[in-house]
Structures are given as C-alpha cells and as structure tokens.
Write a protein that binds this ligand. Structure first.
Ligand code: NAD
Length: 348
C-alpha cells in the first residue's frame, strides 16, 4: 500500500521527519491522535532495511498508543518515534543523535512525550533530557516510577479475573491451571500473584534460572517452550514475545482463556476470529497490559499510588464490557475493542 494511503487507512495524523547528514540523524515522530491529550510513546532506535519500513513502524506503533491510552481512559493521545540506527555507529555519534532527537522532541512543545523503547536506554533518555523536558524514563524519574512490571502483572491478574468471571462465573482462581509463557519481569510477578490466589502453574521460559525460581517459590510445573501451548490448562498467559497466537499454536491450545502481558499476541487479526470460533476467550493485549502505562501516567500527572491502583483495577471492568459486547455483536474481542475506541474518538 502507498505510504499516504497507509497513513489514511490508520486515521493519521501528523508524521514529522528530521534529518542531519552530518550526524547521521534520521528521525520520525508520528503523532497519531491528540484528541484526549498529549501523545505518549517510546522511541525506537533500530537498524531498518528501508526508510519506508521505519516510517510504517512509527505509524503503526503510534496508532497502537492512541488505542491503548483511550481504552485505558488516560488523558493522552498516541505517538511514537523511530530513530534509524546508523550502521557502525560510534559512542560519540550516538550522543549527538540523541541530543538532536531531544531538540526534535522539544519542537512539539509537549504535544509529544518520549520514553524508552526497543534499542533505547535510560542513558539515551538522560541525553534527550538535556534538550527537552518532555521525556520519561530518565535516571531521575526511573527512580521515582520504578519498574513497571509488577503493576503490569497486577493489571494482567485483574484481566484474568475478569475473563474467569465471564467464562466460568467464578470470583476465585483456586485450582485453575494457568500456563505462563515467559517468566521474566512481568511473568514472574504474575505467577506470584496467581500462586497466592491458589492457581496451579505450568511455566516455560528459555532462561533456566527463571524457571527454577518459579518451581522453588510457586511449585510450578515446568515444560519445554514448544510444549506450553498443548499443556492442559484453563488459561494461557503469553508473557514473552509477540505473535504467539498463530496457526500452529491455536491448533494446540487446550485452554478456555488467553490472557497475558505480551504485546501483539495475535500473529494476524484473523487469529482473533479463530480464537472466537474455538470458543476461547481472548483478553486483547493492549487492554490487559496497560498497567505500565498507568504507572507512567500517574507519575506524569502527580497522581498517587491509590489512583494507579484504582485505574489498574479498572482493567477488569473494561474487559467485562468488551467480552459482553463481543458476544452481543458476534465479533472477536480485539475488533470490538478497536470499535469502542473509534467510537470514543470519532474515528472511521
Ligand atoms: P522480559 O524480557 O523481562 O521477560 C520475557 C521472558 O520471556 C524472559 O524471561 C525470556 O527469557 C522469556 N522468553 C523469551 N523467548 C521465549 C520463548 N520462546 N519461550 C518462552 N519464554 C521466552 O520482558 P517483560 O518486561 O516481562 O515483558 C514481557 C512481555 O510483556 C513483552 O511482550 C512486553 O512487551 C510486554 N509488556 C511488558 C510490560 C512491562 O511493564 N514490562 C508492559 C506492557 C507489555
């Protein structure tokens, strides 16, 4: 699809570029929708095989942030930036690029707030902060907000509880079997909360230490990475990488519910319809994994921990609304979520 057609198809929005052949800066800031407030979205710093791919990545991710902020009911729009990483970059060049990118971010006067994402670090955010105040995740504010993973995991737990209520009409998790794919930062905390509430755990990871810890602390059963899909479980919680719901994995799933933290869980949109056809209830990823965003927004707005906790608990009600509407409209949950946001923002 032509680039402008792609932008129109995604309901854009503004797409800004900044280049400097002297430093090698090639940056894109995509501001998808500012109806609800200034855009929040991280900065990717990766090598790309083409500029076209980088621009499309920024656009797609910015749109994702609009939808996530809106369904989480936080006063922010969606934006994202991509800085194309030069090949064979020196440390000095990286500093120059981040400084210039900081000036670029500042030029939006607060309409875009940047943060860490794939390929950027806290040190990069510190450099950006020398040129703009519209940056999160610097070494100073990382310390204030802390690791978002426990809050994200808490949100996923509320999402699992909503799915269990909807599917089984149960308020407790005792004895339910949950297969957790990836027990890293979020997956470990999720496993802990589930264990505390009496769920039985089946876990997998490629990191043996992470697995042993779950076996020791939560009596989790361990399976090989490829065996997690066919594990006998009520709930499958993808907490590792994207695209884990695909043709191959769906055919193996034994669960009634898919609810986890990973971003972009569906390899393609049609896999949402496939889950529905198999009567598997899917908690859309960008609804259930919004705890980290809530924590960041709370810090930004000076809200306290009670506000963040209440907002995170709200993931439960949002999902119940989505599950009900999916059944009444006969649509996959992901599609219904998109429609709810589009109605809120007057899109489409
Ligand atoms: P992480 O890197 O700490 O944990 C991921 C874990 O998955 C690691 O332990 C890794 O070894 C494991 N893993 C990798 N490949 C695997 C495979 N093939 N099979 C099984 N395990 C595998 O990351 P995280 O911060 O816990 O995030 C997990 C997911 O949740 C990611 O998709 C992330 O984008 C998403 N997410 C995280 C947050 C957050 O607050 N950290 C917020 C929103 C979404």
């Amino acid at each position: 699809m032509d680039l402008f057609e792609y932008a129109e198809d995604l309901d854009f929005g503004d797409i800004h570029f900044k280049v400097n052949p002297k430093t090698g800066l090639r940056a894109i800031v995509a501001l998808h929708n500012l109806t609800l407030g200034p855009a929040i979205g991280g900065c990717r710093f990766l090598e790309y095989d083409s500029s076209d791919h980088a621009v499309r990545d920024a656009m797609r991710l910015a749109r994702g942030m609009t939808y996530k902020s809106a369904i989480t009911r936080v006063p922010h729009g969606g934006g994202k930036s991509v800085v194309i990483r030069p090949k064979n970059m020196s440390d000095a060049q990286r500093v120059e690029i981040m400084e210039e990118f900081g000036e670029f971010v500042d030029s939006f006067g607060g309409a875009y707030i940047t943060a860490e994402d794939s390929g950027t670090t806290v040190a990069d955010m510190d450099i950006i902060a020398t040129r703009t105040e519209h940056v999160l995740g610097t070494s100073t504010n990382v310390a204030s907000s802390g690791d978002p993973s426990p809050v994200t995991a808490r949100g996923v737990l509320h999402g699992i509880q909503a799915a269990v209520k909807y599917k089984y009409d149960r308020d407790d998790l005792a004895g339910l079997r949950v297969a957790v794919q990836g027990v890293g930062s979020v997956g470990y905390h999720l496993a802990k909360y589930l264990h505390e509430l009496g769920a039985e755990l089946i876990v997998t990871d490629i990191n043996q230490d992470a697995l042993k810890r779950c076996e020791r602390e939560f009596h989790a059963a361990i399976v090989a990475p490829e065996a997690i899909y066919s594990a006998q479980a009520d709930i499958f919680a993808p907490c590792a990488l994207g695209a884990s719901i695909n043709d191959s994995s769906i055919a193996q799933l034994t669960c009634d519910i898919v609810a986890g933290s990973a971003n972009n869980q569906l390899a393609e949109d049609r896999h949402g319809a496939e889950l529905r056809a198999r009567n598997i209830l899917y908690a859309p990823d960008y609804v259930i994994n919004a705890g980290g965003l809530i924590q960041v927004v709370a810090d930004l707005a000076g809200e306290d921990a009670d506000w963040a906790r209440a907002k995170t608990e709200g993931i439960y009600d949002s999902l119940i609304e989505i599950f009900r509407r999916a059944d009444s409209d006969g649509l996959p949950t992901g599609e219904v979520t998109d429609r709810i946001v589009e109605e809120m923002l007057g899109l489409k």
